[in-house]
Design a protein around this ligand. Structure first.
Ligand SMILES: [Zn+2]
Length: 364
C-alpha cells in the first residue's frame, strides 16, 4: 500500500510537536493540524475518565493515502537500510469519521500497551520479525564482542596513520552495527523478562493479526458512538469511495456487479441492519476480511446501547475490556482458537461483552 516514495514525504519533517503527546511529522497546513488535534481532543472527551489517552505517537499527512495506523512503520531509507517509525498514524484528505476510526486504533493500541503484558511483548516480537527471541539474544551476545574486536583492530590501524576509505568505513559500519545490536539486545531482554514474569507462553499467536478483526470492530464502534450515528462509517466510506486507492484496499465481496458489491461491502460496516447471531449464515469468504467478521455483533452492540442496557461510555470500556479478555484468556491460552469459526467467534465476544456491560452499564 505504501510506495517507497511515501517515506521521503514523511521524512521532510515539518515542525515539532504541536502538543507534548502528539508528534506531527508532516502536516498539510496549520488549519489541518489544528482540526486534527481538535478532533482527537473531542474523541478523548468522550472516553471513560479512567481510560488511557494515547500519548507519544506520530502523525503524518500524506496526500492521497488511505488512512492507516502502524504500531510500527518500516521503510527503506535512501541507503537501502531498514528504518522504523514507532506508532505512526498516516492520514490524507479524509472524512472526519475515518480519522476518528483511525484514531480509535491508536486508542486500542494504547489501552493494550497499558493493560496487557502479552501486547507489550508482541510489540517487541513483531519489531524483531517474529524470530525466536532467545536464539536472537544468543546471536547478539556472540556477535557484539566479535564486532568490538573488529572495531578495535580498525581503530588501531587508523591510529597508526592508515587513512584509507576502507578503514574509515569499517570503523563507521562496525560502530553502527554495535549500537544497533546493543539496542536490539536491550529490547529482547525486556521481552524475555515480560515472558518470564507472565509465565504463560506469549509467542503462540501473532497478536496484531489475531486481534485485527476485533480492532476494526472497536474502531467502527467508537466512531459510531462519538458521532451518535450508527451509519457514520458506512456514510463516510460511501463518500470516499471515489478514491481508487481506497477501493483497491476495501477488498469488495465476490459479486459481479461493482455497484452491488459496494452496497454489500457497506452493509458490513453498518450497525443498523438486523442480524441475529442464530439466524446469520456465515460464508467462508467472510473470514477473509477483518471488517466482515462481526456482522451480528454489530447489531448486538447497537441494540445494547439503544435499549439503555449500557451507556455509550460503558460500551467503549466494555468492548475494550471484552476484547482484552478474549485476547489473554482465550486466544493466548488456546492459540488454535485464532482459527475458530465466525459463529463461535461472535458468540464468545458477545458473551464476554455481556459480562462487561453489566459492570459498566451506567458509566459516564
Ligand atoms: Zn481500521
Amino acid at each position: 500500500m505504501f510506495r517507497a516514495s511515501t517515506f521521503l514525504m514523511i521524512c521532510f519533517l515539518v515542525n515539532g510537536p504541536a502538543s507534548a503527546e502528539v508528534h506531527f511529522l508532516k502536516v498539510k497546513n496549520q488549519k489541518w493540524q489544528q482540526d486534527t488535534l481538535a478532533t482527537m481532543d473531542w474523541v478523548n472527551s468522550k472516553l471513560p475518565q479512567s481510560w488511557p489517552r494515547p500519548k507519544d505517537f506520530n502523525i503524518a499527512y500524506v496526500e492521497g493515502s488511505t488512512p492507516s495506523y502502524y504500531p510500527q512503520y518500516r521503510y527503506k531509507d535512501a541507503s537501502g537500510k531498514m528504518q522504523a517509525i514507532p506508532r505512526l498514524l498516516v492520514v490524507g484528505n479524509t472524512e472526519p469519521a475515518i480519522l476518528v476510526h483511525e484514531y480509535a486504533h491508536v486508542i486500542f493500541d494504547e489501552m493494550l500497551r497499558q493493560k496487557s503484558i502479552p501486547w507489550q511483548y508482541s510489540i517487541i516480537w513483531q519489531k524483531h520479525k517474529y524470530v525466536n527471541l532467545e536464539e536472537r539474544l544468543t546471536f547478539m551476545e556472540e556477535e557484539i564482542p566479535k564486532l568490538q574486536q573488529m572495531r578495535a583492530k580498525f581503530l588501531a590501524k587508523k591510529a597508526a596513520g592508515d587513512i584509507s576509505p576502507i578503514v574509515a568505513s569499517a570503523v563507521k559500519n562496525t560502530t553502527r552495527t554495535i549500537t544497533e545490536y546493543a539496542e536490539a539486545r536491550f529490547e529482547i531482554m525486556q521481552a524475555l523478562k515480560l515472558q518470564k514474569d507472565y509465565g504463560l507462553p506469549l509467542d503462540g499467536i501473532r497478536s496484531f493479526s489475531a486481534l485485527q478483526a476485533y480492532n476494526e470492530l472497536f474502531a467502527d464502534t467508537l466512531a459510531c458512538l462519538v458521532f451518535e450515528d450508527w451509519q457514520i462509517i458506512k456514510k463516510a466510506i460511501a463518500n470516499e469511495a471515489r478514491n481508487p486507492a481506497l477501493l483497491k484496499r476495501l477488498r469488495l465481496p465476490p459479486l459481479d456487479d461493482p455497484e452491488t458489491a459496494m452496497q454489500s461491502y457497506l452493509s458490513y460496516r453498518d450497525f443498523t441492519t438486523l442480524w441475529s447471531l442464530q439466524d446469520y449464515g456465515f460464508e467462508d469468504w467472510e473470514h477473509g476480511n477483518p471488517y466482515w467478521q462481526f456482522a451480528p455483533t454489530r447489531t448486538f452492540i447497537r441494540q445494547s446501547v439503544e435499549t439503555g442496557q449500557v451507556s455509550p461510555t460503558g460500551m467503549i470500556k466494555g468492548l475494550g475490556l471484552a476484547i482484552l479478555d478474549i485476547y489473554e484468556n482465550q486466544l493466548l491460552a488456546e492459540p488454535h482458537l485464532v482459527e475458530q469459526g465466525l459463529f463461535e467467534k461472535n458468540l464468545s465476544l458477545q458473551q464476554a461483552l455481556r459480562g462487561q456491560i453489566q459492570v459498566y452499564a451506567n458509566l459516564q
